[in-house]
Write a protein that binds this ligand. Sequence first.
Ligand code: 6GU
Length: 226
Amino acid sequence: MTIDIISVVPDLLSSPFAHSILKRAAEKGLLQVNIINLRDYTTYARAQVDDYQFGGGAGMVLMIEPLVNAVESLKKEKIYDEIIFLTPDGETFNQKQANSLSLKTNLLLICGHYKGIDQRFRDHFVTKEISIGDYVLSGGELAAAVLTDAIGRLIPGVLNNETSALTDSFQDNLLAPPVYTRPEVFRDWPIPDVLKSGNHKLIEQWRYEQAVQRTTLLRPDILDSK
Ligand code: 6GU
């Protein structure tokens, strides 16, 4: 899978994919992330990519020409399954979308900045608009990093143990159950006895009950979603 990301602040995206699971995904050839600098595609002087908005109002807007130049140039190399604009007014991102996007071959993410991007680009090129939550970020880069991480770890073969994504929080509309590691007793806090029982059926049952309990208490809204 490839995820191409168009940004005016490419430096913001240099490190998030160079570590841990996503680094391994890249090394295994399962995920390739390309960062594209929008300024490389402008024909305006001094690498200008934004301008004042028509009708007046505070804040600059990303111009359509550099965006279209970039997208049309990238489209010569591959066919995109989705061209996604990251924006607070998009559909709120969730695990279901992450699952579905992890099955695609080529994604193009567009990071907005300033006041936004020219609406005509959204109308004619963008196929999906995604937000990562009800708050405003300075630009789409951190959101693009969030999407890439959430999607990348779900690509088949990326995780060592395939079942570990299946037991993540949200995967079955449940939060994950609690987990413990050594030591068995720390201060006067022992781990639950059942985890030492060696009875896998009992342990699975306990984990499921814990997950249901946690979800009912903390996130009743996700119990029946999807
Ligand atoms: Cl995708 N972009 C920006 N700028 N702010 C956000 C967001 C995206 N999602 C939540 N807030």
